[in-house]
Design a protein around this ligand. Structure first.
Ligand SMILES: *[C@@H]1O[C@H](CO)[C@@H](O)[C@H](O)[C@H]1NC(C)=O
Ligand SMILES: *[C@@H]1O[C@H](CO)[C@@H](O)[C@H](O)[C@H]1NC(C)=O
Ligand SMILES: *[C@@H]1O[C@H](CO)[C@@H](O)[C@H](O)[C@H]1NC(C)=O
Ligand SMILES: *[C@@H]1O[C@H](CO)[C@@H](O)[C@H](O)[C@H]1NC(C)=O
Ligand SMILES: *[C@@H]1O[C@H](CO)[C@@H](O)[C@H](O)[C@H]1NC(C)=O
Ligand SMILES: *[C@@H]1O[C@H](CO)[C@@H](O)[C@H](O)[C@H]1NC(C)=O
Ligand SMILES: *[C@@H]1O[C@H](CO)[C@@H](O)[C@H](O)[C@H]1NC(C)=O
Ligand SMILES: *[C@@H]1O[C@H](CO)[C@@H](O)[C@H](O)[C@H]1NC(C)=O
Ligand SMILES: *[C@@H]1O[C@H](CO)[C@@H](O)[C@H](O)[C@H]1NC(C)=O
Length: 661
């Protein structure tokens, strides 16, 4: 039997003979492992793809609790939308206005609050958060707002900043002073220490004043904010439970900031790094690509800091001259956009003494470059292949020359159209059926070995119906990953690991979605991790990603190839950085019938091996209503240089063996 990876042309012949062999050994699959590594495994192999979709960023990973906190990008002629998430308390008149004296040039809008004549109670505004606010008495909340009186008054008193239940029970409150003589903007900060932990998530943030003292007067507010404690206590940071879930996957890279959300529907609404850095009041926000306004509170600095916090490399995209609505920048007009991309890369990694953008990074407290080695030129440019030829040519030539040590990824279909200069790296995306993934776990075995490397930048089994992949759940589209979809992905991942001499990184997509009342806030399903304002729900696919990521090796050991039309898949790696070495075998079973697989090792191993196992029924899913349906288990098994492993139906296993050297 041939252990070597099949070459480009050898593949069909080899697969035919393997299929024949597997028919012979149907009941008892034997896998012979070669002790000589075929290649080293890149440390970047398993990571995460991120963009703001389904409130993964605003309302998700970003810990800000208030929705529509600064009235960014809202149209004041549509008050219902402009006031999204805001409510009147005791008849206050609320209007989002275009301020005559805006709080900043980036934030033209403000909230005008008029207290009715004859008022005698606490009057003001409430914000419902991102479909609820979790209130916990063990946490301290940082609140802030800007205010001014458009007409000066003699008022000098307090506003109460509070967290309260939907029925008005105060969970925590603090008083701040307001002055009627304050006709220019002033920021007020306060902390709220709740005395009660709410048992529901339907809580509101409120700012109220004494209606009797202020009857008939108007106060303008801008740029509110409310933060719970954040991951690693970073100001303007990440939500702890979501961050910890992502961190527990031990990802080695983070793709940012998109995805389609990089592109904008129009050129004007594209993601622009320089609109996302510096004080929050200087960030205009943007109309995102997934149906809601992005605050850009998680800006480029926050993204890169997050990468550093999780010890991840950033795979950072630059806008490449194409907006999703269909506009490509003309060949002769690309200059300013290329310059903006150069500035963006300098902000991430440039020398502060040579670049203003890098000096800006240093002024924000980070003189050292961030960990960025790969730059993606655009996203899914197979949507505009005709213009990508000149866009790729101009962007990659200019950027490679400005940053000789960085690598650049092309995003159109691989080798089609032919791009000049020839891309050294490609980002490949695939959304398919579970069986497609299993069958195509060999796809990279057939790729030519010629120095070109690949990033499987987005993949997920999204439907069981090959004829209607992007349809509705009735057509087979999945709402949540299932054991069937997750094992299909796992089979594919064994192929990525086998081909990690040319595949340097891979990430499931999308990463996160806000789940509220039957996924009304999801722009896309399924997702790796779902959450609501108080909980996080890792899917079966999350546990597959985690199992691969936690069980890496630094070199790949060739073994008998799986049957190309089979239902069991495996990959064998070795961790040589520990003595004795660890040998890690991943085994995937994509059907409901258990399978025995005999492994023959060419070296001695200790008798006890640990197994991390994920298994469940075909349609089992972890959902917000049944979050713990499937969870990883650990146990030990007895092994030897020849041993048989019984892979349960619909399972993914990582067997860790201890070598003798
Ligand atoms: C193991 O792999 C090495 C390197 O590819 C190859 O030279 C050797 O023949 C293989 N051993 C067996 C038993 O096939
Ligand atoms: C609290 O939020 C709910 C929605 O969750 C909303 O209906 C209600 O009006 C809000 N109340 C206040 C005072 O903001
Ligand atoms: C806020 O001030 C009001 C009026 O003086 C007072 O009744 C209330 O107890 C104060 N609340 C807090 C949290 O200090
Ligand atoms: C309050 O009453 C005054 C005097 O009648 C009137 O000018 C003003 O418009 C009223 N304001 C509100 C908010 O109703
Ligand atoms: C909240 O405020 C405290 C005190 O100013 C500060 O140490 C902490 O970093 C802040 N937290 C966030 C998330 O901004
Ligand atoms: C960001 O840069 C673009 C051009 O590179 C410029 O048009 C825009 O005004 C800048 N935005 C800010 C907030 O400076
Ligand atoms: C590598 O192989 C691919 C596929 O055959 C081809 O399109 C590409 O041009 C090759 N790259 C180099 C650098 O030869
Ligand atoms: C090898 O194992 C050590 C000890 O568990 C771990 O720190 C290291 O990350 C592993 N190497 C790889 C490539 O996973
Ligand atoms: C796997 O092996 C076990 C014990 O060695 C045996 O009981 C079982 O029937 C075998 N299963 C299959 C599917 O061959």
């Amino acid at each position: 039997m041939d252990f070597s990876r099949p070459g480009f042309l050898m593949l069909p012949i080899l697969l035919t003979s393997l299929a024949f062999l597997c028919v012979l050994v149907n009941a008892q699959t034997t896998v012979v492992v070669n002790g000589t590594a075929s290649h080293s495994i890149p440390s970047t192999l398993w990571g995460q793809m991120f963009e703001d979709i389904s409130h993964s960023g605003d309302g998700g990973l970003y810990a800000e609790l208030l929705q529509n906190r600064a009235f960014q990008m809202v149209d004041v002629s549509d008050q219902a939308t402009a006031l999204s998430a805001w409510h009147s308390v005791n008849e206050a008149q609320l209007t989002v206005i275009e301020e005559t004296i805006p709080v900043s040039s980036a934030l033209p809008n403000a909230l005008s609050v008029t207290i009715p004549n004859g008022s005698s109670s606490q009057v003001g505004v409430g914000n419902e958060g991102y479909f609820g606010i979790k209130v916990d008495s063990s946490e301290t909340y940082n609140a802030s707002l800007f205010y001014r009186f458009p007409t000066a008054s003699s008022f000098n008193g307090i506003a109460t900043v509070a967290l309260q239940t939907s029925t008005g029970q105060i969970l925590g409150a603090t008083n701040v002073t307001l002055s009627g003589s304050q006709t220019s903007w002033l920021q007020v900060v306060a902390t709220i220490q709740p005395t009660i932990t709410a048992n529901a998530l339907t809580n509101n943030f409120t700012v109220t004043v004494d209606g009797a003292a202020l009857a008939g007067q108007t106060i303008n507010f801008a740029m509110f904010s409310l933060f719970p404690p954040t991951f690693k206590n970073r100001p303007n940071g990440m939500r702890v439970d979501i961050a910890e879930t992502l961190s527990a996957m031990v990802p080695s890279f983070f793709r940012l900031p998109g995805g389609n959300n990089l592109e904008g529907q129009t050129v004007a609404t594209r993601w622009q790094w320089n609109n996302t850095v510096g004080p929050l009041v200087d960030r205009p926000g943007r109309v995102g690509d997934w149906g809601y306004v992005n605050t850009d509170g998680v800006g480029l600095f926050e993204y890169l800091s997050w990468c550093e916090d999780l010890n991840m490399q950033a795979i950072m995209a630059v806008w490449s001259g194409f907006a999703l609505g269909g506009t490509s920048i003309a060949e002769d007009d690309l200059g300013p956009y290329i310059q903006q991309a150069i500035d963006q890369i300098n902000f991430a990694v440039g020398d502060p003494s040579e670049s203003d953008a890098a000096a800006l990074r240093a002024s924000l407290g980070h003189p050292d470059p961030f960990p960025v080695a790969h730059i993606e030129i655009g996203n899914e440019d197979f949507f505009a292949p005709d213009t990508y030829t000149y866009r790729w040519n101009q962007f990659s030539t200019a950027l490679q020359s400005a940053f000789p040590s960085l690598s650049f990824l092309a995003t159109s279909d691989t080798f089609n159209p032919v791009l000049t200069p020839n891309p050294a790296e490609w980002d490949i995306h695939v959304y398919q059926t579970p069986s497609w993934f299993a069958e195509n776990s060999f796809i990279y075995d057939g790729f030519e070995r010629n120095g070109t490397h690949y990033f499987e930048g987005e993949y997920a089994a999204i439907s069981t119906n090959p004829n209607d992949l992007f349809g509705t759940p009735a057509d087979g589209r999945l709402t949540f990953p299932t054991m069937q979809s997750s094992t299909g992905e796992a089979a594919f991942m064994t192929g990525l690991e086998r081909n990690s001499d040319i595949v340097f990184a891979a990430s499931y997509a999308p990463l996160l979605n806000l789940w509220v009342q039957h996924v009304v806030n999801s722009q896309w399903t399924p997702n790796l991790v779902s959450f609501d304002s108080g909980n996080v729900y890792p899917s079966t696919s999350y546990y597959v990603q985690q199992l691969f990521s936690l069980n890496r090796g630094d070199e790949y050991l060739p073994s008998t190839l799986p049957d190309v039309s089979g239902t069991t898949f495996w990959s064998v790696v070795r961790n040589t950085s520990v003595t004795p070495n660890k040998i890690i075998i991943k085994v995937v079973n994509t059907i409901g019938i258990a399978s025995n697989i005999t492994f023959q090792l060419p070296f001695a191993v200790e008798n006890t091996a640990t197994v991390q196992l994920l298994t469940g029924a075909e349609t089992d899913s972890n959902t917000p209503t049944a979050p713990n349906t499937v969870a990883p288990q650990s146990n030990t098994i007895t092994v030897g240089d020849t041993f048989t492993y019984n892979a349960p139906g619909f399972s993914v296993s990582a067997l860790t063996l201890t070598g003798s050297t």
